[in-house]
Design a protein around this ligand. Sequence first.
Ligand SMILES: Nc1nc2c(c(=O)[nH]1)N(C=O)[C@@H](CNc1ccc(C(=O)N[C@@H](CCC(=O)O)C(=O)O)cc1)CN2
Ligand SMILES: Nc1nc2c(ncn2[C@@H]2O[C@H](COP(=O)(O)OP(=O)(O)OP(=O)(O)O)[C@@H](O)[C@H]2O)c(=O)[nH]1
Ligand SMILES: [K+]
Ligand SMILES: [Mg+2]
Length: 462
Amino acid sequence: MLDVKRINDTIAAISTAVALGQGSIAIVRVSGPSAERIGRQVFSIPGTQRWESHRIIYGHVIDPTSRERIDEALLLIMKAPRSFTGEDVIEFHCHGGLICVQRVLELVLSQGARRALPGEFSQRAVLNGRIDLTRAEAISTLIGARSRRVTQLAMVSLTGAVYKEITRIKERLLEQLAELEAHLDFEEDLLPLDERIVKNNLESIYQDLIQLVMDSNRSAILYRGLEVALIGRPNVGKSSLLNLFSRREKAIVTDLPGTTRDLLESEIIVQGVPITLVDTAGIQFTGDIVEKLGIQRSRQVMMSADAIILVFDLTEGWTSAEEDLIREIPEGTILLIAGNKSDKCPLRHNTPVSKIFNQSWIFPVSARTGEGEDSILSELLNRCGANENQDIRLSLNSRQRDLAKEAATFLNHTLITIERNLPIDFWTIDLRQAIAILTELTGENISEVTLDRIFSRFCIGK
Ligand SMILES: Nc1nc2c(c(=O)[nH]1)N(C=O)[C@@H](CNc1ccc(C(=O)N[C@@H](CCC(=O)O)C(=O)O)cc1)CN2
Ligand SMILES: Nc1nc2c(ncn2[C@@H]2O[C@H](COP(=O)(O)OP(=O)(O)OP(=O)(O)O)[C@@H](O)[C@H]2O)c(=O)[nH]1
Ligand SMILES: [K+]
Ligand SMILES: [Mg+2]
């Protein structure tokens, strides 16, 4: 179990995204034993508004030393334990932008609060038993989500679904462990242990755990996303396709071969999957030093991308240059072949192209008319296994998934131990390990160092 850590300092941070000239309201959040004192020291309230929990009061943030008015603001009071962190919390709802809210934060810091570390409010919420670790992680996922699908899955975890599922599995394991231990302690008094029942129960729990791991593997692509490179000779229309897919004129397009010199990234979301498209310099032999360096970068992306869309020009046909390019694509990289400019030169679907990749088909597309866009993108997702995650209701993040996998491995060892007819006290060793790992997953039994590491990846102010 987590030690209830004594937290005796007060932390503060800007908890909203701030940008120059943007966001009309920004929040400074203060949590800890001095929150209320600091609030009273720097906030001046006109009239007869009452300083009460879960109330908003209107007033001015004033520097008590210089008497300077820093901002006109609203103050929200949440008294312990009825707050996100479980501590006394006050929030200044200030004017947005960059400077004003910074000044309010600095004033709060000068009154005895300490700048919060990334994720420290959430960490306190966990340490004070307000939320478990999986819910805290869900908040971080929610904030970092690049697609609606991820926000939906994060909300499921935030309502406690991962916590409940893991806790249920853990309790089933504890039941089996209790059964075995009772047998070890009072062997003579009990009926002989029916090892088939224990084995069946453990097997069924193992299956549930593996199912959860597999679902999480399938959903990983939603978080990780895909890097997809547009590769091809100059002038085949790579940049034009990037612009089509991103719905804006991001890349320069001209009829001069060698227009694109540098890598250009554009992020799009297709069926909930974030795809980083990379436009590259057209690959050809050249004496131009700048173009040459650009082409080197094209080749580097070819090596690292999850998938490649090899673009060629249908009006020029499939040439030996394309055949050479295809040989450079690393084994295991997903490859799609786009025959561009279909508006000028129609082509029937499913025409095989290369002798090397004889299962590759041309997708006729037109950057000009948009023809073929849907088919090539949905085939891309198909080939990357991204269409298989629509049905997932529960997904673990990579930390949780690795632990679930580890617990399943220990469970598997237990099953092997039973099959080999080893003594019962041997069975319990791996079973206890599996249980311990699941309590690490939910954060009930986790080292302080690990916890610090997890929260350090959260954003500041969360
Ligand atoms: N201004 C503001 N908006 C916010 C947050 C916040 O901290 N401040 N949140 C922060 O992430 C999220 C909302 N989550 C919250 C979760 C719990 C409590 C809270 O005070 N809980 C108490 C009181 C509940 C009650 O009175 O019934 C509790 O659980 O005891 C507040 C916000 C998103 N929006
Ligand atoms: N008709 C037609 N023309 C296209 C299409 N796509 C691109 N083009 C034209 O082809 C020329 C080259 O397009 P780019 O997008 O610059 O080609 P690229 O592959 O990025 O070229 P580099 O950056 O030089 O390697 C431009 O004149 C485009 O307008 C298309 O689908 N149909
Ligand atoms: K070009
Ligand atoms: Mg280009």
